[in-house]
Write a protein that binds this ligand. Structure first.
Ligand code: CA
Length: 224
């Protein structure tokens, strides 16, 4: 499987490339957005790893172009910590996942593998986290095969968290998702929905838990 790494810092680019190669991938590495555009003209990539701070422009522009491609590859975005908060909403427009620098190489490999495993969003799918399962077509949630009734907003939040199990989902992304469902959102809407969802999962003896990352968002973690 062929991957594209777009990163101008030579040492980081080499380390990422080496790690992915060791994991069995074929890797093309480029150090500018111009070269990335050219590289994409060849065989399609299974995943693109994209640094946002590039010498010849903002990586977000490449993300925009990738979005328009009919069979666009999943994109793992790399970004500096100081720019993450104002970028997360924008990132969600086209990025499938992101990593904040500095990160461990093992993490890049894990994220890339997760993107490859992820089923297409439109496909019918049963998501699982601990003893909780969610049918994305039937729109029902079960805890140990017992149906857990949830309002659609809480179900939507849970689905998002399950699709990104173990990874932080920014609050802004959840707000956008609910806003897209036609909801009027007060500033406290997401925390209130998450609060209810947490309580219901706990009362149903779910073995997964929603954690809060203060100022950023939430993630779902499987328990024992
Ligand atoms: Ca850079």
């Amino acid at each position: 499987m062929r991957l594209l790494v777009v990163e101008d810092e030579v040492r980081i680019c080499e380390l990422i490339g080496e790690s992915l190669k060791r994991a069995g991938f074929v890797v093309d590495a480029v150090g500018s957005l111009g070269d990335a555009e050219l590289a994409q003209l060849g065989a399609p990539y299974a995943v693109v790893v994209l640094d946002l701070g590039m010498p010849d422009g903002d990586g977000l522009s490449l993300l925009e172009n990738l979005r328009r491609a009919p069979d666009r590859p999943p994109v793992l975005v790399l970004t500096a910590r100081d720019s993450v908060e104002d970028r997360v909403a924008g990132l969600d427009a086209g990025a499938d996942d992101y990593l904040i620098k500095p990160f461990a190489m093992i993490e890049v490999v894990a994220r890339v593998k997760a993107l490859l495993r992820r089923p297409g969003g439109a496909l019918g799918l049963r998501l699982e986290a601990g003893n909780v399962s969610l049918d994305t077509v039937g729109r029902d949630v079960k805890v140990m095969d017992v149906v857990l009734p949830l309002p659609r907003q809480e179900l939507a939040i849970l689905e998002f968290l399950m699709r990104r199990l173990g990874r932080v989902v920014p609050k802004a992304v959840l707000e956008e998702k609910l806003y897209g469902m036609g909801d009027e959102l007060g500033s406290n809407a997401i925390p209130v929905h998450v609060h209810h969802l947490r309580r219901k999962l706990s009362e149903a003896a779910a073995t997964c838990e929603i954690h809060t990352v203060r100022g950023i968002g939430y993630f779902l973690q499987e328990g024992q």
